[in-house]
Design a protein around this ligand. Structure first.
Ligand code: GLU
Length: 288
């Protein structure tokens, strides 16, 4: 069994990240497997080295040891580009020149699991216009989701202990695979990384259940293995809302500085998985 914890170094980790890391670590160790760290630093403008160091210090403080060196997405850009090339050669992606404002202004943009669904404007551009604009205009690359699905057919993925989910990537519309400002989107990078790292069990928050439908489609298109998934409940704060990076009080760095015993906290989080009462006062576990 190989599990992973994949923090984005864009802020301090909080109790929810600790819960995720503790579950992934415990699952690997119980099975005599490996627990790997991946630094999701694809977003060059928001990622910071001090957050990388702080995240690793948080994990050590919780008593979670990891195997090998942390993998960095910023070191894997060549792989992302190669996969995008493969999809481009199969005519499954297209350049999109729309701005966020263009999409928001589109009357037909319905809401999907991850925000406004792209109305498909640039999918219909003539090849000549596409090529001309690619020379001079900033663009992202989108998957032609319906076309991709027509090739691979119906897809399922497995939630550990709960059975199969039928994937519905169409609900996301034509998702972005390479951003204007980053060479791969979270969806593409994460799917490729999990496969390259040999991850057998993806353990992460239930906020990413819908994203798994997209990842399953990318696996089918790129001939990658499908791991088992476990989407766990989210840690919510005293206001009942799931924790965010701006919730300074729940940050692990703040608890560390306040002298909280990290190993004891990790044990409590693991127990909280079965017994909600073990979370620090005011916090709760909830499924979205
Ligand atoms: N870096 C992502 C996050 O922090 C990881 C998501 C995942 O586990 O796939 O949300």
């Amino acid at each position: 069994m190989l599990t992973r914890f994949a923090p984005s170094p864009t802020g301090d980790l909080h109790l929810g990240h600790a819960y995720s890391a503790v579950l992934a670590h415990a699952a690997a160790r119980a099975a005599g497997g490996q627990f790997l760290i991946r630094i999701d630093d694809i977003d060059g403008s928001r990622s910071r080295e001090d957050y990388v160091a702080a995240s690793l210090a948080d994990l050590a403080w919780l008593g979670l040891d990891w195997d090998g060196e942390p993998v960095r997405q910023s070191a894997r850009l060549g792989d992302y580009a190669a996969s995008l090339d493969t999809l481009r050669a199969r005519d499954l992606v297209y350049p999109c020149f729309c701005t966020r404002a263009d999409i928001a202004a589109s009357l037909s943009a319905p809401h999907g699991p991850s925000g406004a669904v792209y109305p498909g404007t640039c999918r219909h551009l003539a090849a000549t216009e596409r090529d001309r604009r690619r020379e001079s205009e900033p663009h992202c690359w989108r998957l032609d989701t319906a076309r991709a699905l027509a090739i691979v057919g119906d897809l399922v993925w497995e939630e550990q202990g709960q059975g199969s989910h039928i994937a519905n990537p169409l609900a996301h519309g034509d998702i972005v695979l390479a951003r204007k400002d980053a060479p791969a989107s979270y969806h593409l990078a994460s799917t490729l990384d999990d496969a390259a790292m040999g991850i057998t069990h993806v353990i992460r928050g239930a906020d990413l259940i819908a994203a798994t439908d997209v990842h399953r489609l990318l696996q089918a298109l790129l001939d990658l293995p499908t791991p088992l998934y476990r989407h766990h409940a989210l840690v919510c704060g005293p206001d009942g809302k799931r924790l965010a990076k701006r919730d300074a009080a729940a940050s692990l760095a703040a608890m560390r500085a306040a002298g909280v015993d990290g190993h004891a906290l990790a044990a409590d989080l693991l127990a909280a998985n079965l017994l909600a009462g073990r979370l620090p006062t005011g916090y709760s576990l909830q499924m979205p």
